[in-house]
Design a protein around this ligand. Structure first.
Ligand SMILES: [Zn+2]
Length: 311
C-alpha cells in the first residue's frame, strides 16, 4: 500500500491567514525553523494506480494539482486515479474539499449515515456532486463495522482492501442544526479508519476527543498510525489568544499533560506513529523547540506535506 500526506495542518493551515500567534508570525517573517503546511489530507493506493482520499481538505484543489499520482490519465482507456474518498466526520476541514471535486466526475464517497445525513439533507450545496453522470455514489460506513472495497466496478471477487471503522466518541460540528442532531446517531459523528490490505494496516484518526478508548486497540495492531496532533497543551488556544476554549472543549485530546495522548498511548505498538492535523499554535512545529524534541524522543513522527511511504 502506498501512502502519501498531501496536507498535515489543522483547520486554517500553517500559517493561518489571520493568525499572529508566535508560530505564524515567525514563519511569515522567515524566523522559524519549520515548514508551511496545508490542511490535513492523506491519500493511499493498494496498487499505485487507483487512489483513495482520507478526508476532503479545504485545500484539496492545490493538493491534487501538486500530486502527480492524481493527474487525469492521458487517454480514456485508463480509469481515473481517484477512486473514492473516506470522510471521518462532517467537520468543515474534512468535507469542504468535496466541492473542489464537483466537475462532473463520478467517484465513491464513504461516510457514516450520520455524516451523510448532515451533508446531503442539511447542506444543499453538496448536491452539486449529483450533476455527474452517473452521480457521485455514497457508500455507508457503519460506526463500528468492516466494509470490503474493490478497485474496479466489478465487486464479485474478493475485496482489494477492507475498511474498518472505529467510533472515536466526538461530537457533530457546531454548524449542524438541533433538528438534524436529534435525527443522527451520536456514534456516527467521528470515526477512525483502519485500511487493511493483506497483512498491512493503516490507521487514520486525525481527531481524537478522548471520550472513547477504542482507538487504542487499533493503534496496537497498525503498521502505521496517523493520529491527532492538533494541540500540545489543553490551554494552548487561550494562551495564544485564539479562543476561550480548551483543546478538550473543542474535541481534541492534547498531546501533553495528565490524561493527554502521550500518557494514554499504548506502550506495545509495532508500527510507525505519526502526528497529523497539527494546529498552527502547536509548539512542536518549531523544530528547535523542546516540545518538538520531546515528540521525537517519545518515538513519534510529525507529518509534513509530501511525506510518503510504502506499507
Ligand atoms: Zn497561528
Amino acid at each position: 500500500m502506498r501512502v502519501k500526506v498531501l496536507g498535515s495542518a489543522a483547520g486554517g493551515g500553517f500559517p493561518q491567514w489571520n493568525c499572529q500567534c508566535p508560530n505564524c508570525s515567525a514563519l511569515r517573517n522567515g524566523k522559524l525553523k519549520s515548514r508551511p503546511r496545508t490542511q490535513t489530507q492523506v491519500i493511499f493506493s493498494p496498487d499505485s494506480k487507483v487512489w483513495f482520499l482520507l478526508c476532503a481538505s479545504p485545500d484539496l484543489r492545490q493538493q491534487v494539482l501538486a500530486a502527480r499520482e492524481l493527474s487525469p490519465p492521458e487517454n480514456n482507456s485508463s480509469p481515473p486515479p481517484i477512486g473514492g474518498l473516506f470522510l471521518p466526520s462532517a467537520d468543515v476541514d474534512s468535507v469542504m474539499g468535496l466541492l473542489h471535486l464537483r466537475e462532473f466526475q463520478t467517484f465513491f464517497v464513504f461516510a457514516t449515515r450520520g455524516v451523510q445525513c448532515v451533508l446531503q439533507k442539511e447542506n444543499r450545496i453538496f448536491r452539486v456532486l449529483e450533476r455527474a453522470n452517473p452521480p457521485v455514489k455514497w457508500q455507508t460506513l457503519s460506526a463500528k463495522g468492516r466494509l470490503g472495497c474493490h478497485l474496479s466496478e466489478d465487486s464479485s471477487g474478493p475485496a482489494d482492501f477492507i475498511c474498518t471503522t472505529v467510533p472515536l466518541g466526538g461530537c457533530y460540528p457546531d454548524y449542524v442544526s438541533e433538528e438534524t442532531l436529534r435525527a443522527v446517531p451520536p456514534e456516527d459523528a467521528s470515526v477512525g479508519l483502519i485500511m487493511e490490505q493483506g497483512e498491512k494496516r493503516l490507521f487514520f484518526a486525525p481527531s481524537l476527543s478522548g471520550s472513547s478508548t477504542m482507538w487504542k486497540s487499533a493503534v496496537e495492531s497498525a503498521d502505521a498510525t496517523f493520529i491527532d496532533g492538533t494541540f500540545w497543551s489543553d490551554d494552548e488556544l487561550m494562551r495564544t489568544g485564539r479562543s476561550k476554549k480548551t483543546a478538550r472543549e473543542i474535541g481534541h485530546l492534547p498531546l501533553s499533560g495528565a490524561g493527554g495522548l502521550f500518557e494514554q498511548f499504548p506502550r506495545q505498538t509495532k508500527g510507525r506513529k505519526i502526528l497529523i492535523h497539527i494546529n498552527n499554535t502547536n509548539p512542536i512545529l518549531d523544530e528547535k523547540s523542546a516540545e518538538h524534541r520531546a515528540v521525537l524522543d517519545a518515538g513519534f513522527e510529525i507529518a509534513y506535506d509530501g511525506m510518503e511511504f510504502e506499507l
